[in-house]
Design a protein around this ligand. Structure first.
Ligand SMILES: Nc1nc2c(c(=O)[nH]1)N[C@H]1C(S)=C(S)[C@@H](COP(=O)(O)OP(=O)(O)OC[C@H]3O[C@@H](n4cnc5c(N)ncnc54)[C@H](O)[C@@H]3O)O[C@H]1N2
Ligand code: MOO
Length: 437
């Protein structure tokens, strides 16, 4: 653990010394200092290392957790040859000689109750789905394909060796690797682990995230509001997003716009969390204290990315605790969390990072765009009457318009170089369902 933190610190420091040269002047006033999305994500991937420790949990409680060990199979699945159907098991080598001769039904094999007696070479065993194949038999005819005459059966012609029989180890071979460290455990992975009898596993501890909103104008829902107050919506958005990403969130409320207050609160939160997340106070205003506070008590690594929305974004470090300062506008906070905090959180949590799934769909709008920045538009995907996947965009772009995110079911991504989208073009759409897990 100490080693990991040292590596992280080393990476951060070397990254910082690189950035220091580029940040010699106030980068906010110089558009050329903005970095691209790809650069930002590369920096995140290079600097971040898993921060959370590990703990043991049972497979019954491990949904969504991140595996902290490679897991090998201690047994084969299926553990024996067994039947895929309800039917009659026979020896193919004997059947091949005279497929349609009547054969004696010698006994039964049921799931959990195998046939154990001796068998003649032309014997047939009535067998149920999942039952162990009797020794010497290798092929099964389905019940509905045979004809029964008293205690005899006539098998259908045309069966092939091994039909309807599931072979030992056809799913999992004893000794093979089942899942690798960093896998996020979905229900199917938990069933997979249970199938080889595993009950307890090592997972990464949940990433401990401290969450603040900043701004004198902010009021908690349910509290009295003065005429110049607005209710804090970001914290609710972020609590939900962080919980979906498997974090353990400490909601630390609203910070007043005072540098000593922000500084002390961030310092305190960093002492017992893996990540501190704030929203607001990262742009150019006189009351935007988050960057200054971070510079005072830790390191600020970068804070301008060529994107819309969410241009001012702070990423840094307070001691060994990671820090993200999200922009205050609710849509900018949401989009930056999905596009930057999410990959960082995945790495810090020990998870493998795979980009979220996106797909191409047809634009139902035309748009002019500035080159040199990535834009994410709130969008709604639907399938047209003629079966084509269509993407609409929300009519306005203001990043304070939370209605747009409620209306949308995902985001359109428009790359740096694109300057124009024509109606009918294929564009990239990320469903929220992919971005929010
Ligand atoms: N001179 C410049 N000014 C601004 C720039 C710029 O490039 N140059 N960028 C603008 C952009 S883009 C954004 S986004 C904002 C981000 O600013 P801050 O992170 O400092 O955010 P605040 O000023 O604190 O708040 C912005 C806006 O969002 C509202 N807000 C903040 N927190 C919450 C919350 N928890 N719940 C609901 N609403 C919140 C706040 O009241 C403001 O209206 O900077 C621009 N300025
Ligand atoms: O970061 Mo801002 O969202 O583009 O208004």
């Amino acid at each position: 653990m100490k080693m990991l933190l040292l590596i992280l610190l080393f990476n951060i420091l070397s990254w910082r010394s690189l950035r220091m040269k580029r940040l010699a002047n106030d980068c906010f006033s110089n558009a050329s200092e903005m970095i691209s999305v790809a650069e930002a994500l590369t920096k995140i991937a290079a600097a971040a290392k898993p921060l959370a420790g590990t703990e043991r949990t049972t497979v019954f409680e491990a949904e969504g957790r991140i595996l902290a060990e490679d897991i090998y199979a201690t047994m084969s699945i299926p553990p024996t040859d067994n039947s895929a159907v309800d039917g009659y098991a026979f020896c193919f080598a004997d059947y091949e000689k005279k497929p349609d001769k009547p054969r004696n039904i010698t006994g039964q094999s049921k799931a959990g109750h195998p046939w154990k007696g001796p068998l003649a070479t032309d014997a047939v065993i009535k067998i149920l789905t999942g039952a162990v194949m009797p020794e010497g038999l290798d092929t099964i005819a389905m019940t509905e394909d045979v004809s029964i005459q008293g205690n005899q059966v006539i098998l259908p012609t045309g069966l092939k060796a091994g039909d309807n029989c599931r072979k030992k180890g056809e799913d999992i071979q004893a000794g093979q690797i089942l899942l690798t460290k960093g896998t996020q455990l979905r229900p199917q992975e938990l069933g997979y682990l249970a199938s080889v009898g595993l009950e307890s596993i090592n997972v990464f501890k949940r990433l401990k995230v401290a969450l603040f909103s900043t701004g004198d104008e902010l009021v908690n829902p349910g509290e009295p509001r003065s005429s110049n107050g607005i209710y804090d919506s970001n914290r609710l958005i972020l609590i939900g997003l962080l919980a979906n990403l498997g974090c353990s969130v400490t909601d630390l409320g609203i910070l007043k716009d005072r540098l000593p207050v922000v500084r002390a609160a961030l310092h305190e939160a960093a002492s017992n969390h893996d990540l501190v997340l704030t929203s607001g106070g990262v742009s150019m205003g006189d009351e935007d204290h988050v960057k200054t506070a971070l510079n005072d008590i830790g390191h600020l690594h970068f804070w301008r990315i060529a994107i819309k929305p969410g241009r001012p974004l702070a990423l840094g470090q307070i001691g060994n605790t990671a820090f993200i300062g999200l922009p205050g506008n609710p849509i900018a906070a949401l989009v930056c969390t999905l596009m930057f905090a999410r990959p960082l959180i995945k790495i810090l949590s020990g998870a493998n990072t795979t980009p979220p799934l996106s797909f191409q769909a047809t634009s139902d709008f035309s748009l002019k765009k500035k080159p040199g920045r990535t834009e994410w538009l709130r969008a709604r995907y639907h399938v047209s009457d003629t079966g084509i996947g269509i993407v609409e965009k929300y009519p306005t772009e203001g990043s304070g318009i939370l209605s747009s995110a409620v209306w949308a079911n995902g985001l359109i991504e428009i790359g740096d170089d694109v300057t124009y989208i024509n109606k009918g073009d294929l564009i990239t759409f990320f469903p929220f369902s992919e971005l929010m897990r």
